[in-house]
Design a protein around this ligand. Structure first.
Ligand SMILES: *Cc1c(COP(=O)(O)O)cnc(C)c1O
Length: 352
């Protein structure tokens, strides 16, 4: 029967971080510092929790298929001039965009190293994935990216990039958009931790989609809420391609509550900036400049897997980046966690 599974699912699939419970049990350490998944260690805003509890009482009804209340909250947050679509996480949005625009066999462009889900989702969709290697400093090979995009149906670019942490400036994105007519999906999952703003580009181009998530700065990773800024012409097609009711009403209500708590966002940003500074100063290995809530650390001459095991044995869970194609075997990615988690990590890596 196994042969009946498609070839693209016989490989390894999405590489999840190791579970904290498993590490805790293996090393007999009660409290694990969880720095492997770029989550916000701060619990969700009380406004999000209350809104979700209220929505739960009406969970007998299907959600509003257009997510009107959530898109209205997004317009209040970002500005009335924008159009939004929503999904079950930005991952869900990415899958729906692929479904809406890419025929099987057509090309999708990604950079490497980057977030692995673009390639996995595109392959599962039957697209051909064209990988453009980033430069040694992890900046985008603009000429290569533009040339490849011209032959493709859809291109993905992540800024700030996961797992490298560096940004591609809005001016460079503008240069790409000026040179191609191919739809560009710009992944802004970490943009809240940077000083950059890509939203004005939405007013200038109708072949740009900007993906966002409620999983990071808004602390709702477990509720799976993603959304995107879309050009007006695309909204209707997105709704046709989407799985009906993919985003549930409880999560949508929580997102609306979270968007109204500006204090939560500000506190998270301040905390991340402070620790990003300290990490780059105090980690005794080369740290790549980061605009995100994590840093990439070059642990050579050790391998990433070796370092991950050493840190795990000291109660700290980080991400070995060997699962990111094109990055080699000596980088770890470390999320900024709570104070005690970060201190614990610094202490653990100092002794390696
Ligand atoms: C976390 C992340 C996302 C968002 O994921 P969700 O599905 O919304 O949780 C998207 N892109 C990148 C690069 C990420 O790191």
């Amino acid at each position: 029967m196994r042969q009946s599974v498609r070839a693209c699912f016989r490989g390894r699939g999405y590489a999840y971080a190791e579970r904290a419970e498993d590490v805790a049990e293996r090393y007999g350490i009660p409290r694990i510092a969880r720095l492997a998944s770029n989550e916000n260690p701060r619990p969700p805003s009380p406004l999000a929790v209350q809104a979700a509890m209220d929505a739960l009482r009406e969970a007998n009804r299907y959600p509003d298929e257009r997510m009107s209340a959530l898109t209205a909250a997004l317009r209040r947050y970002h500005g009335e001039g924008f159009r939004f679509v929503t999904g079950a996480g930005m991952d869900g949005v990415i899958e729906t965009v692929l479904r809406a625009v890419v025929e099987p066999g057509e090309e999708v462009v990604i950079t490497t190293p980057t977030f692995s889900f673009y390639g996995l989702a595109a392959t599962a969709h039957g697209a051909r994935v064209r990988e453009i290697r980033r430069n040694p400093d992890f900046s985008v090979d603009l000429e290569g990216f533009i040339a490849a995009s011209r032959n493709a149906r859809l291109a993905f670019l992540c800024t700030p990039n996961n797992p490298t942490g560096n940004s591609t400036t809005p001016d460079l994105i503008r240069a790409i958009l000026d040179e191609t007519e191919t739809l560009l999906f710009l992944d802004n999952a970490y943009v809240d931790f940077s000083d950059l703003d890509y939203r004005p580009l939405m007013q200038e181009y109708d072949h740009l989609i900007i993906g966002r998530t409620m999983s990071k700065v808004f602390s709702l990773a477990g509720l799976r809420v993603g959304y995107a800024f879309v050009p007006p012409w695309f909204e209707e097609y997105y709704l046709r391609a989407a799985t009906p009711f993919a985003l549930n009403s409880v999560s949508a209500a929580a997102a609306i509550g979270a968007l109204s708590d500006v204090g939560h966002v500000a506190a998270t940003r301040d905390h991340v900036r402070l620790w990003r500074e300290r990490f780059s100063r105090e980690i005794p290995y080369p740290v790549s400049p980061s605009d995100a809530n994590f840093v990439l650390v070059d642990v050579a001459p050790r391998t990433a897997d070796e370092m991950m095991r050493i840190l795990a044995s000291r109660g700290v869970l980080v991400r070995s980046c060997t699962s990111f194609p094109g990055l080699g075997d000596h980088y770890i990615r470390v999320s900024i966690g709570e104070d005690w988690e970060n201190e614990c990590f610094l202490q653990a890596i100092r002794g390696t």
